[in-house]
Ligand binder design. Structure first.
Ligand code: UGA
Length: 435
């Protein structure tokens, strides 16, 4: 059974590589020629632990990568759509990419005898599969769902930096669709691919809502602990990590996603929370809790700026060092990274910004160019600095000692991830969540 995967970002490329590495016959499609040529050399266009190795095995096993949708529609039984669904300025979901792909699938479907199942893996707002994807497919193909093709909503829950493992061992598989032979076919596929994983079968709109509920809840946990962190800061001696660890022992709470920090970033949580807020508002539902989740997320950055100003006074012409640019450690992804927003604000106020990151400098240069300095080591980044701010929890930052910090002009550290909290630093040290 041939499998097509359209859209080779974190989700699509990880899925294609894992499947092909396990000897499934896979065609991966992406419209970006440069990306496609890079993938064909066995290198992912982004940093994801373990992906290059899996991709290389996949290519050896015959993984095909192309810019053409046609062969996928004529040859594949299962066609997964994993293109991006970014946000528009007003926070609503931008369905342009998914609509373009679906139109192309529909057109090719009208010219083939193949009866594939089309599976929407991209994160889409409730009712997109039935009210947007389905009408386009039926119109362009001149075929009916359930007869000429099957249609399934199948959200993805993998995390960047753990994409390969999450693809192999997901915590759940959600199959949204009609209870027909196509749903059965995809259920059989997943039952063979993952042993012992719970499969939830439901309708399209519930499957779509599950994905937003999942990401919104994760964001809620983070904003909750960030709120507690801010309160801890007002209590001398209080430490949010001990609070989080202890409440996490209550099985009703759970210990994951309770690490306070500069706020959630990345290509998913911020945009998905905004999209579901926008969607609810359209239905005249006031998303009070999610509004607060977002507000707290913004406040985390505002609080960092307030701390800097309190400690160093005017920001203009001060040399400020930012350690960590990626939205989390072990990735080069800076999409919606709080660190990037912080640098924007600091530059606007006239600071001289020096930034360090083990992986994300090339991506950061595409935004700031030479407005920011990028020394190659932490030591260099700290020389003559008047304030150092840790933004991403890279392991190497946990190894910073008093000796390195002595290179600073003024020994002032703001640690948004509490990496140095137990290091007995003899300097002005502030950490998010520590009173
Ligand atoms: C997130 C979800 O975790 C995945 O389940 C989901 O599939 C994915 O979005 C998606 O929708 O595609 P990801 O964006 O890779 O995954 O990143 P997370 O690990 O969730 O981290 C997001 C942000 O939250 C990061 O900025 C991270 O530093 C922050 N975070 C996370 C915290 O501040 N505290 C925590 O305890 C956990």
């Amino acid at each position: 059974m041939k499998i097509g995967i359209i859209g080779l970002g974190f989700v699509g490329l990880s899925f294609a590589s894992v499947l092909a590495s396990k000897k499934y016959s896979v065609i991966g499609v992406d419209s970006d020629r440069i990306k496609v040529s890079k993938i064909l050399t066995g290198k992912a266009p982004f940093h994801e632990p373990g992906l290059d190795d899996t991709l290389k095995i996949a290519l050896k096993n015959g993984l095909k990568i192309t810019t053409e949708i046609r062969p996928v529609v004529t040859e594949c039984k299962l066609i997964f759509i994993a293109v991006g669904t970014p946000q528009r300025e007003d926070g609503s979901i931008d369905l342009t990419m998914i609509k373009d792909v679906v139109r192309e699938i529909g057109k090719n479907l009208s010219k083939t005898k193949n009866i594939p199942t089309i599976i929407v893996k991209s994160t889409v707002i409730p009712e997109t599969t039935t009210k947007v994807v389905l009408p386009i497919l039926e119109k362009e193909s001149r075929k009916k769902v359930g007869k000429g093709f099957g249609l399934i909503t199948n959200p993805e829950f993998l995390r960047e930096t753990n994409a390969i493992n999450d693809t192999i061992n997901p915590h759940v598989v959600v199959i949204g669709g009609y209870n027909d032979k196509f749903a059965k076919e995809i259920e059989n596929f997943y039952t063979k691919f993952h042993k012992n994983v719970t499969i939830v079968k439901t309708n399209h709109q519930t499957a779509e809502m599950i994905k937003y509920a999942n990401n919104s809840f994760l964001a809620t946990k983070i904003s909750f602990i960030n709120q507690i962190a801010t309160i801890c800061e007002a209590i001398p001696g209080a430490n949010v990590d001990i609070v989080a660890k202890t409440i996490g022992l209550d099985p009703r709470i759970g210990n994951l996603f309770l690490t306070a920090g500069p706020g959630y970033g990345g290509s998913c949580l911020p945009k998905d929370v905004k999209a579901i807020i926008n969607f609810s508002t359209k239905y005249r539902i006031k998303p009070t809790l999610l509004d607060a989740v977002e507000k707290i997320n913004q406040q985390q950055l505002e609080n960092i700026i307030i701390t800097i100003k309190k400690k160093i006074g005017k920001i203009k012409n001060k040399k400020i060092t930012i350690l960590g640019l990626a939205f989390k450690a072990d990735t080069d992804d800076i999409r919606d990274s709080v660190s990037i927003k912080l640098i924007e604000l600091l530059l606007r106020e006239g600071a001289k910004v020096t930034a360090h990151d083990p992986k994300a400098i090339p991506n950061t240069k595409t935004i700031f160019g030479n407005k920011v300095e990028y020394p190659s080591s932490v030591k260099e980044a700290l020389k003559n600095s008047e304030c150092m701010i840790i933004m991403t929890a890279w392991k190497e930052y946990t190894e910073i000692t008093n000796n390195e910090l002595k290179l600073m002009k003024k020994p002032l550290v703001i640690d948004s991830r509490r990496l140095l909290v137990n290091h007995n630093l003899d300097m002005d040290y502030s950490a998010i969540g520590v009173g």
